[in-house]
Design a binder for this molecule. Sequence first.
Ligand code: G
Ligand code: G
Ligand code: NA
Ligand code: MN
Length: 253
Amino acid sequence: FALMSRLGQDLQRDALFLVFQPQVCLSTGRIVGAEALLRWRTDAGLIPPGEFIPVAEKSVYIHAIGDRVVQQACEALKAIDAAGLNDLPLSVNVSARQFDAPGLAERVAAHCAEAGVELHRLALEITETAAMRNFSQVAQALRAHRAAGGIVAIDDFGTGQSSLEYLRDLPADHLKIDLSFVRHLEQDERCRQIASMIIKLGRSLGVGLIAEGVETRGQADWLRDNGCQTGQGWLFAKPLPLPEFIDFCRQHA
Ligand code: G
Ligand code: G
Ligand code: NA
Ligand code: MN
């Protein structure tokens, strides 16, 4: 409760901010986008989202946070454009609770319009587990976002109590291969088989593949050689504050 009331106060004060983790083309090394990740700066230091998002999800604050994240992502897209980085897209994480209120896709579109940002620059990342909580509402909102030109990524793919049925009915542009499959790629044949299957599935469905948690050159090479186009992880960069992210993009243009 203490955490929750502090969160409510800090929402008014810009203590919540985004950092950006580059996503890299595994064949060319070029930056093709970034995931926006939320941070909360307090007097006691940074509180990671794994600690405060679950708290926010039990309150109405999750909606204000979600709106704030989309607005800040739009501002970041404008800064990216002003820096002359051609058309890089960003993704933001959306929690299941944000779909409880109807009209999520419309609110996202309104924020983009207000900022003068095109919807194809903004991907919504949703986990399968979150999608399953509230499937019809989530699927409907994601369809609306895509119909309006937005992008959808399924996060942590393969880790939820996932059923392929959900993949059938959830419209998606990208699958994100969870870092738990990426971490042991080099040591574990079973991990390679599972990752390989996810990549084949994605390719046969015509969706893009983004591997998360890429930490070693060996992982990146295996992923590239096995058909995964894009990687994200500490091998390339940690999540960076916006000015550093823009510098990083300039250095890797
Ligand atoms: O950046 P980090 O690895 O600490 O993120 C931890 C978790 O918090 C991830 O599962 C991520 O999806 C989630 N997360 C990060 N930023 C946001 C956000 O803006 N909104 C929501 N709902 N979850 C986020
Ligand atoms: O939204 P999602 O649950 O996918 O969040 C991704 C999380 O993974 C973030 O908390 C981010 O900080 C973390 N992360 C990003 N790159 C790496 C990496 O290379 N290794 C590890 N262990 N974690 C990473
Ligand atoms: Na994510
Ligand atoms: Mn993930």
